[in-house]
Design a protein around this ligand. Structure first.
Ligand SMILES: *Cc1c(COP(=O)(O)O)cnc(C)c1O
Length: 396
């Protein structure tokens, strides 16, 4: 019996349960399946960056609490990165904050910027921590659903700008954006971003934009929302080393924005972790300064992997939404005679030894998400080839 006869987990979190990733990863181990569920690379990032972490650790840099906003070397490197790739200038001392991955940046931003009852518009399907963090901050989640469009030459999920506009109310405080978008692989176009920017200015909204896949784009261009006129002052931009450099275990992320926004986010962040990842911060500072060739190579490498897995999925009979960004492919299972992604994903390991994630876990509107299933392609080519072979048995 819980003390005072009350449930232990508070109402804000009770709805969330444990993540599907735990269930599916356990199933992968149990059945000896190839795990294309969770999105982590199966090979580590650049050797020289790993060595930089070892050097920092040996030299005693970052082994004790680093400065609250992050080590100056990393804040400077983040500012240089924003200038180098996007022409955006940020003051490393007042406009950059290092966080425990993008996950903490999201949590701290929402905890800092929301009052209970504020509405937050998020693109649906949404990254799973968004819903939980909005709830922990006492906000109200208002999803705008990306719609599958299979009429064009290339199936894709699209943002309906009219729907976005119609979703804003007097209670809307911020838009929580994510581009390149996990799990659909959609990269918002300049026109779409310009419309979001215009709406934010017109309705006086803040925007928190999760751009952790900024470098993982294929035949598309990533444009930070903060680069649009008037947006620098109302946008919190979130980045992370995990996806760009294939070190998801290091948990080094960052926030850039106006001094006022960064100070607000820091107010929440200081009481979450205070600081984290000391020696890794120095290594990530070096990683951000890698030559253009690194960024081109990782993109090329992932493009090959995307096409390998996309081809296998198409051969197996799925409708494939070939992503313009991220390392995920969303598929539609209806051509296989299936309609329930949950049931499909629970059966898939037994059927053919592959694990995937039902996109419905990223939806409030379960009916909208039901037939979609996500596969990760940040795996070695041999692994993806084997997965493609196994999946082909579904076509038979
Ligand atoms: C992986 C991911 C994150 C978390 O990034 P970390 O730096 O590992 O905390 C945040 N947002 C999206 C969309 C992601 O896919």
């Amino acid at each position: 019996m819980a003390p005072m006869g009350r449930p232990l987990l508070n109402r804000r979190l009770a709805a969330f349960g444990t993540t599907i990733f735990a269930e599916m990863s356990a199933l992968a181990v149990e059945t000896g399946s190839i795990n294309l569920g969770q999105g982590f690379p199966d090979s580590d990032g650049p050797e020289e960056v790993r060595e930089a972490a070892v050097r920092a650790l040996r030299d005693g840099r970052g082994n004790q609490y680093p400065p609250g906003p992050g080590v100056p070397e990393l804040r400077t490197a983040v500012a240089e990165h924003q200038r180098r790739w996007y022409g955006l200038s940020y003051d490393p001392d007042r406009e950059v904050l290092v966080t425990a991955g993008a996950t903490e940046a999201i949590a701290a931003s929402l905890l800092a910027l929301l009052e209970p009852g504020d509405e937050v518009i998020a693109l649906e399907p949404y990254y799973d921590s968004y819903a939980a963090c909005i709830a922990m901050a006492g906000g109200t989640r208002v999803p705008v659903t990306l719609r599958p469009d299979v009429t064009g030459p290339r199936p894709a999920f699209r943002l309906d700008l009219d729907e976005l506009r119609a979703t804003v109310t007097d209670r809307t405080r911020l838009i929580l954006l994510n581009t390149p978008h996990n799990p659909t692989g959609t990269v918002l176009t300049r026109e779409e971003l310009a419309a979001v920017a215009e709406l934010a200015a017109e309705r006086d909204l803040l925007v928190v934009t999760d751009e952790v896949y900024e470098h993982l784009v294929f035949g598309a261009e990533h444009t930070p929302l903060a680069s649009f006129p008037g947006m620098r002052e109302r946008t919190v931009t979130i980045g992370s080393a995990g996806k760009t450099f294939s070190f998801t275990g290091w948990k080094v992320g960052w926030v850039t924005g106006s001094p006022e926004l960064v100070a607000a986010v820091r107010s929440a962040k200081q009481f979450l972790t205070y600081v984290s990842s000391g020696p890794f911060q120095y290594a990530v500072a070096e990683a951000l300064r890698l030559p253009d060739s690194y960024f081109h190579t990782i993109r090329e490498d992932l493009l090959t992997k995307r096409d390998l897995l996309a081809g296998g999925l198409a051969d197996a009979g799925f409708t494939v939404f070939r992503p313009s960004g991220t390392y995920f492919i969303t598929t539609d299972i209806r051509p296989l005679g299936e309609t329930d992604g949950f049931a499909f994903c629970r059966a898939l390991p037994e059927r053919c030894g592959v694990v995937a994630i039902p996109n419905a876990v990223f939806y409030d509107h379960q009916d909208q998400g039901a037939p979609f299933v996500r596969f990760a392609f940040c795996k070695r080519e041999s692994v993806l080839e084997e997965a493609a072979t196994r999946l082909k048995s579904l076509a038979g």
